[in-house]
Design a protein around this ligand. Structure first.
Ligand SMILES: O=C(CO)[C@@H](O)[C@H](O)[C@H](O)[C@H](O)COP(=O)(O)O
Length: 194
C-alpha cells in the first residue's frame, strides 16, 4: 500500500470511531455528571494506564490540574504513572501488576473517580487499580477498546471504542478526556453568564 493510501485508510478508521463516539455521547454526559459531583464534594480524578495510555493519563491530569481553555481554579486530578520512585520500588519489591492498585489504596477514597485507560482492557495493573477503587467505594471507569476485555466486567462504567487498532483507540480516549475538560469549562461559562 502506498503511503498516501495508508494515510487515507487510517483516516477512514476515524469515521468508524466517530460513529462509536457518537453512540457513547450520553455515557460521556453521565461520566461528566459523576466527575462534576465528585469534584464538587471534594473528590478527585485519578488516571492510570500503560505506554501511550500512561502518557494520556498524564496529559489529562494536567489539563484538569492546570488549565484546558477557561481560566478557573484547579480541578483535583492526578496520574498514577509519574513517580518513578513509587513505580520502581513497588514493581521491584512487590509486583508491577499491583503498582496502580497500591496507589489507589493510598490516595483514593469513596468520593473519587478512578479512570483506567486500556486499549485491550486486559492490563492487570489497570484492572487491579479499578478493583481497588471498587473496594473503596470510589467510582471506577474504564476507557477501553476492542471487545472491552476483562475490564468491562470490573469497572462501574466502561466506554468501549469498538476498534482493533491501538493508536485509533488511544486517539478516541484522548478525545473523550478532552471533551470532559470542555464540559467542565462549559459549565463554568454557563454559571458565569447567569
Ligand atoms: O502506545 C502504544 C502503541 O500505540 C503502546 O505503548 C501501548 O500503549 C502499550 O503496548 C500498552 O502496554 C498497551 O496496554 P493496553 O492499552 O492494552 O492496556
Amino acid at each position: 500500500m502506498s503511503f498516501q493510501a495508508h494515510y487515507l485508510s487510517s483516516l477512514k478508521r476515524h469515521q468508524a470511531i466517530f460513529e462509536t463516539l457518537d453512540k457513547h455521547a450520553q455515557d460521556l454526559v453521565t461520566l461528566y455528571q459523576r466527575c462534576a459531583e465528585s469534584v464538587q464534594n471534594g473528590g478527585k480524578l485519578i488516571f492510570c494506564g500503560n505506554g501511550g495510555s500512561a502518557a494520556d493519563s498524564q496529559h489529562l491530569a494536567a489539563e484538569f490540574m492546570v488549565r484546558y481553555k477557561a481560566e478557573r481554579a484547579p480541578i483535583r486530578a492526578i496520574a498514577l504513572t509519574t513517580d518513578t520512585s513509587i513505580l520502581t520500588a513497588h514493581s521491584n519489591d512487590y509486583s508491577f501488576d499491583s503498582v496502580f492498585a497500591r496507589q489507589v489504596q493510598g490516595l483514593a477514597d469513596a468520593k473519587d473517580i478512578v479512570i483506567g485507560l486500556s486499549t485491550s482492557g486486559n492490563s492487570p495493573n489497570v484492572n487491579l487499580a479499578l478493583k481497588a477503587a471498587n473496594k473503596l467505594g470510589a467510582y471506577s471507569v474504564a476507557f477501553t477498546g476492542r471487545d472491552g476485555g476483562e475490564v468491562k466486567d470490573i469497572a462501574a462504567q466502561s466506554i468501549i471504542i469498538s476498534c482493533d487498532e491501538t493508536a485509533r483507540i488511544q486517539e478516541a480516549h484522548l478525545f473523550m478526556g478532552h471533551w470532559l475538560c470542555e464540559a467542565f469549562d462549559h459549565t463554568l461559562e454557563q454559571k458565569a453568564s447567569h
